[in-house]
Design a protein around this ligand. Sequence first.
Ligand code: BG6
Length: 525
Amino acid sequence: MRELRLAHRGRRHAKSTVTNPLREGLRLERMPDPFLFVLFGATGDLSHRKVVPALYQLWRSNLLPHEFMLVAIGRRPYNDETFREEMLGALEEYCRVLPLDVGAWSEFARRISYCRMDFDDPAGFDQLAVRLTQLDGESSAGGNMLFYLATQESAFPVIVQQLGRVGLDREQHSGGWRRVVIEKPFGRDLDSAVRLNREVGKVFREPQVYRIDHYLGKETVRNLLVFRFGNGIFEPLWNRRYVDHVQITMAESIGVENRGAFYEETGALRDVFQNHLLQLLTLVAMEPPATFEAEALRDEKVKVLRAIPGFAPHDVGRNVVRGQYRPGWVGASPVPGYRQEPGVDPESETETFVAARLTIDDWRWAGVPFYLRAGKRLAKRATEIAIQFKNVPHRLFLESSTDPEPNLLALRIQPDEGILLRFVAKVPGLGLDIRAVNMDFTYGSAFSTDSPDAYETLILDALLGDGSLFTRADEVEQAWSIVTPLLEAWFDAPAPEFPNYVAGSWGPEAADRLMDRDGRRWRRI
Ligand code: BG6
């Protein structure tokens, strides 16, 4: 998959920091070609919080070549200087590693150029093409350009179309590559995602397109495949013979923060279920790919999505639960209900919680339910995948006061990243009592090093031309084809009885009933 590119002659060397034996002998980091990073939506929240801090952090970690420029594009009236100041403020607030490295920042800042532009103005794109050619020459970027769309979703089609019109999509025989990174949400339902794919496909070839789902860039999510396919002992158990069911939880303790207006249009199903949760599901359930290359990996993920039977309208009520939080307490603080959040309709019917029971009708998983849940203002922030194994077939330790608990493997995505294996052990003593105990691995203590932010990983991969951690057109559409019938069924259903869970709880009671019905319970996290 990933070409290991050794440093070219001008490469800057990372300061040596760690002397952890688990990190000894690691391969050298890869270094992208020179490039222009053309950031649309540069003045927006995402650019401030994630994109620019990630780019700076890559630079500071000596993972970018000297020959690059960040061409920031936005509607606001900044110039190079004022935009740099704005970014300095953003870095001071959001950078993963603080304090900032002053030397690295001043070198980075020199490479930022601001370009004021209205996306609806075709003439602006003509000027942009001229400017980029000039900057390409000045910075020796070799014609390589990455267009990063961090704008509102409604601007994606016009930007792509204009890039095509002025010929900025065209890769050059002499070597210059052109790539486009598209943020989520990629569409609002199946139809709009198909339309967007079609628009993008008119300009860029699929290998040039990098659709972001930042969950795929998280270290713990990347480790899922290493855990499954780098270890011999788990894979033989990873199927319907041994697994009773799987739970995937993405709990957030935060509310909608200042994104009320956006969330009103989105809801939990579109915001995180269609993408983050279904992506986690594909990684848990996929078959081993023949190679660790982008296409092979994504082929296997798509097969999982295809094997999930669509919900018939009458099945939705039985298998999917939605919820919305009312005022409550998170930790020691009182918090408002969703309908009291700024930008939210006081009679809103938007869901802030969703739980669903899915099945995967294939050879490996037939009959194994997958329970997925995600919500805002839940009791705590925790994303976890729990593989619940079947119980032993025969009860042997009749003397014990407790029955053996089935084994559990919990992959903690965040926070407290790690992996827990729960098994039964004998309680020390003369009798034969048994209890479940935990064997726990945590990344922090094993590797004593910080993980990169998901955006650092994803941006670097896009610059290196590695699409493994990005979603392909058919994958996005397949995910929407699972979610769209739910949206339609909700649209046709009577108004939900919202709010139906207290902020700071684990969601509506109906989510517990979904499990009770199958004789199971959500794991207490
Ligand atoms: C985003 C959603 O994609 O993911 C947000 O739009 C959500 O609503 C966020 O809060 C969660 O990401 P993370 O990395 O904090 O788990």
